[in-house]
Design a protein around this ligand. Structure first.
Ligand SMILES: [Zn+2]
Length: 241
């Protein structure tokens, strides 16, 4: 699969490059668009066996204007929006793979099961609402044989950084609990998301209509300057951060 390279030069003058596949690029572009439009930053694409994109979705729970009948409702999660575009008369979801930037919640996991999707890949774990564990929750769900795969890549850092910035801005009552749970899996993502939010980088990116690649490179560059100390999740920032 063709991969794109993105580069950003650090303060010290050396460059860091990152690669991302076209499918993940599309999913994260949708997540970034959702962020810019004031909804939860999650994106989703469904592909066939030849990696052709058949359906796209982005979270639109606060977005009445985006084109989906679910817009502006609590059903408008990225996965639900994408799955709602697959017609029984045209599609065979059993052969498809769903890519989502964040581990599916119980609602989306249920929809994935009922649609007959067998393969799911997600970029970031969600210790709050993530429901990958439901694959074995009941005899019925076990019979579905859904294979969920966490990608274990820098994409998790980007997703958690973006989601952290969104939650700091949204000021949800469960914000602290949410950030602590995400930090348990991905401390760098929460740390970088918080730092860039407080520095105003996300506001600048939205105001100046940055493309996904530009935001991705900014988050990754700053992540490269942070390293974990020990298993306790403590973080160290070097002078370039
Ligand atoms: Zn969901």
């Amino acid at each position: 699969m063709q991969r794109s390279k993105y580069m950003e030069t650090l303060k010290g003058g050396y460059a860091v490059s990152f690669e991302i596949s076209p499918i993940w690029r599309e999913a994260f572009s949708l997540a970034w668009d959702a962020f810019c439009r004031g909804s939860v930053p999650v994106g989703c694409v469904v592909v066939d066996g030849e990696d052709r994109i058949l359906a796209r979705g982005q979270n639109a729970i606060y977005d009445d204007e985006i084109r989906t009948p679910l817009a502006g409702t609590n059903l408008a999660h990225a996965e639900m929006v994408a799955l709602s575009k697959l017609r029984n008369s045209e599609h065979n979801p059993r052969l498809y793979t769903l890519y989502t930037t964040l581990e599916p919640c119980p609602m989306c996991f249920g929809a994935i099961a009922m649609m007959g999707i067998k393969q799911v890949r997600y970029a970031a774990r969600d210790a709050m609402a993530g429901s990958a564990a439901l694959t074995a929750a009941t005899p019925y769900l076990r019979s579905k044989c859904i294979h969920l795969e966490w990608e274990d890549s820098p994409l998790e850092v980007f997703q958690i950084a973006l989601a952290t910035a969104f939650e700091l801005n949204r000021k949800h009552p469960k914000q602290q609990q949410l950030l602590e749970l995400w930090e348990s899996d991905c401390p760098v993502g929460v740390h970088v998301g918080t730092a860039l939010y407080q520095r105003g980088d996300f506001h600048t990116a939205v105001r100046e209509r940055w493309e996904f690649e530009q935001v991705f490179a900014r988050v990754m560059t700053n992540s490269a300057n942070v390293r974990e100390i020990g298993r306790g999740g403590g973080l160290y920032e070097d002078s370039a951060f």
